[in-house]
Design a protein around this ligand. Structure first.
Ligand code: SF4
Ligand code: SF4
Ligand code: SF4
Length: 250
């Protein structure tokens, strides 16, 4: 690809799915207004949802999904060996995501319940970073396409990577959204990392913390606020457990 007759780098990108809904991968194929430029800026080496190409000569591996089976551990390690940069894409890859909810159950019993006499091999859900070194984490359920695009811009043009240390509340207020607490609902926005542009409160739903903790979250103050608003500690903890990003405080 050439702009102003300057040859551009095109990062060789591979997308791999593990245990998840594949919504993060699908997200990369969304946002039609920039999709052409996005696909033009990269070289797709492996990305099942958009291309039948398959190869091993990738620089960047985008990992979608969590690790929940022994064979996934081996597959992930093999990808890590080939990739120069490995990105955990989405909450499943970053924290275990919703698939981590299974860790609260007895897996043998759950296996029997679901698969009867044909049990499947399964292990407690792990984040990608529990198995291999991760260079970059992009949490979100699903991942934000904007953030992935900025990673590509960083690789091609050395533009700074996006960082969101502040909580969702800040973006929520920028949208003039009425606070869900004032509507009698629980919201994890005060302790959750921004970057999503607070779509849930704007859509009438308290934040469920899919992006994990903001930098230095004030948990004590948050639990006190939730209590003052009438929510029990258990209600707050159940919500904190949902996407797996708040394990440290549970
Ligand atoms: S993070 Fe959400 S959208 Fe992405 S794979 Fe997991 S469940 Fe699906
Ligand atoms: S709705 Fe949630 S994210 Fe928005 S200001 Fe209230 S607590 Fe913060
Ligand atoms: S508002 Fe909360 S749950 Fe909704 S996308 Fe943002 S971080 Fe995720």
């Amino acid at each position: 690809m050439k702009h102003l007759n300057i040859e551009q780098k095109r990062p060789r990108i591979a997308v791999f799915d593990f245990t998840g809904c594949e919504g993060c991968e699908l997200q990369l194929a969304n946002k039609e207004e920039t999709l052409g430029a996005f696909l033009d800026a990269i070289e797709v080496i492996n990305y099942r949802e958009v291309s039948s190409e398959k190869g091993d000569n990738y620089d960047v591996a985008l990992i979608d999904g969590a690790i929940t089976r022994p064979d996934e551990i081996e597959r992930l390690k093999a990808i890590r060996e080939k990739a120069k940069v490995l990105v955990a894409m989405g909450s499943c890859a970053c924290f275990g995501g919703v698939t981590k909810l299974k860790n609260a159950y007895n897996l043998d019993e759950a296996n029997r319940e679901v698969y009867g006499d044909c049990p499947k091999e399964t292990i407690p859900t792990m984040a990608v970073g529990d198995v291999v070194t991760v260079d970059l984490k992009l949490p979100g359920c699903p991942v934000s396409k904007d953030e992935v695009e900025r990673v590509v811009q960083h690789l091609v043009w050395d533009l700074p990577l996006p960082t969101y240390a502040y909580p969702v509340c800040l973006q929520c207020k920028q949208r003039y959204t009425v606070c869900r607490f004032d509507m009698g609902e629980l919201c994890l926005g005060p302790i959750t990392r921004a970057g999503c542009n607070a779509p849930c409160p704007a859509g009438g739903l308290g934040c469920w913390g899919c992006r994990g903790p903001a930098e230095n979250p004030n948990y004590e103050e948050f639990f006190a606020l939730a209590k003052e608003k009438g929510f029990s500690e258990q209600e707050v903890k159940d919500r904190l457990a949902f996407f797996g990003g708040f394990e440290d405080v549970l």
